[in-house]
Design a binder for this molecule. Structure first.
Ligand SMILES: C[S@@+](CC[C@H](N)C(=O)[O-])C[C@H]1O[C@@H](n2cnc3c(N)ncnc32)[C@H](O)[C@@H]1O
Length: 328
């Protein structure tokens, strides 16, 4: 047993947890052990290092041991603790959703920059609160992108779709927790289906802050008109052929529907971009996350005359991570 639950102090428990995870080849084993101990003790990091001599209550020591063993067996820390930070906000994560990744924050940065630039180019002041904006997040998963954008743009309306009902349930809970559930319309559908667009258009008619529909446009017409100012998506983009190269934490624990885009990985982008072309307003924006090898397959899909101002943003590792384009 790595922790003697009879009488173990914080320092000893942590040291033994770290050693167990290191022996099991867990990446970032020190951080993982710390997070699990903090989770069990319901404390923060400052407390942990200020109280190394504190005795860990027996039940907590047992619980810590069982969590360390789960992590050593490959289960991601975030699925054990049930949370992950993204864009400075805490998100619920369960095995039904992809764990939000730091590189996905580039989607938020690029989207906010592009929205502001669009207003500047039109000689208008930036819509800091996203007044009148309609945004769609396709494949919302934990809801991290939709909720981060809803926080940044407190007057925008957002449609968040996912093919997984279980993922949407998690996203809905996080939206409620962050008090943005009144502005995010969650829809279970394949990418952004026509039925989903109809549903969004219907709620758009009733939405308080949305731009008014033209006077003679019925809900049915609106359902098929180009309504969105911005579409964002971090679609599944790993190739099934890469499955054996993935870390066990990802391969064995994250939902397959969130990981694999097809045999190659980039297969979903063509439909996604075609749907975006039908649903984004002229001058509206599309911002997509890319897999490490997606760019050559995706960039040609954003050609003129439909799309202009195509830009690619690298992540901190220098990998082309986000592609953005404007609807002509
Ligand atoms: C890579 S995850 C991204 C989750 C979240 N947006 C994020 O950035 O962390 C992709 C998400 O797309 C969903 N998905 C997969 N195929 C889909 C489809 N055809 N239509 C809608 N959503 C889909 C998955 O269930 C998953 O939640």
């Amino acid at each position: 047993m790595i922790v003697d639950p009879e009488r173990v102090d914080v320092r000893t428990a942590l040291k033994r947890g770290i050693a167990e995870l290191r022996d099991a080849n867990v990446p970032s084993y020190t951080l993982a052990a710390e997070l699990l101990l903090l989770h069990v003790l319901r404390r923060d990091r400052a407390w942990l290092y200020a109280h190394p001599e504190e005795i860990v209550p027996g039940l907590d020591a047992h619980r810590f041991l069982s969590l360390i063993l789960r992590r050593a067996g490959g289960e991601p820390t975030q699925y054990i603790t049930g949370k992950q930070e993204f864009w400075g906000l805490e998100f619920e994560v369960t095995p039904d959703v992809l764990i939000p990744r730091p590189e996905t924050e580039h989607i938020i940065e690029v989207a906010l920059d592009r929205l502001a630039l669009r207003e500047v180019r039109k000689g208008r002041p930036p819509k800091n609160a996203g007044e009148g904006l309609w945004i769609a997040d396709i494949g919302t998963g934990s809801g991290c992108i939709a909720i981060a954008l809803a926080k940044e743009l407190p007057a925008a309306q957002i449609a968040a779709t996912d093919i997984s009902a279980a993922a949407l349930a998690v996203a809905r809970r996080s939206a409620a927790r962050h008090a943005v559930n009144d502005r995010i319309h969650f829809l279970e559908c394949n990418l952004l289906s026509d039925a989903a667009i109809s549903e969004v258009a219907t709620s758009l008619v009733g939405a308080q802050h949305a731009a008014p529909l033209p006077g003679n446009v019925s809900t049915v017409d609106a359902a098929h008109s180009r309504r969105f100012d911005l579409i964002v998506s971090n679609p599944p983009y790993v190739g099934r052929k890469e499955k054996e190269t993935l870390m066990r934490e990802v391969r064995d624990h994250e939902p397959e529907v969130a990981l694999y885009g097809g045999e190659e990985g980039y297969e979903l982008y063509a439909d996604l971009i075609a749907q975006a072309a039908r649903t984004v307003k002229s001058g509206g924006l599309l911002v997509l996350e890319l897999g490490h090898n997606s760019l050559p397959a995706v960039q040609p899909l954003l050609d003129p005359p439909t799309w202009t101002n195509v830009g690619v943003t690298n992540d901190l590792a220098g990998i082309p991570r986000v592609i953005a384009a404007e609807r002509a």
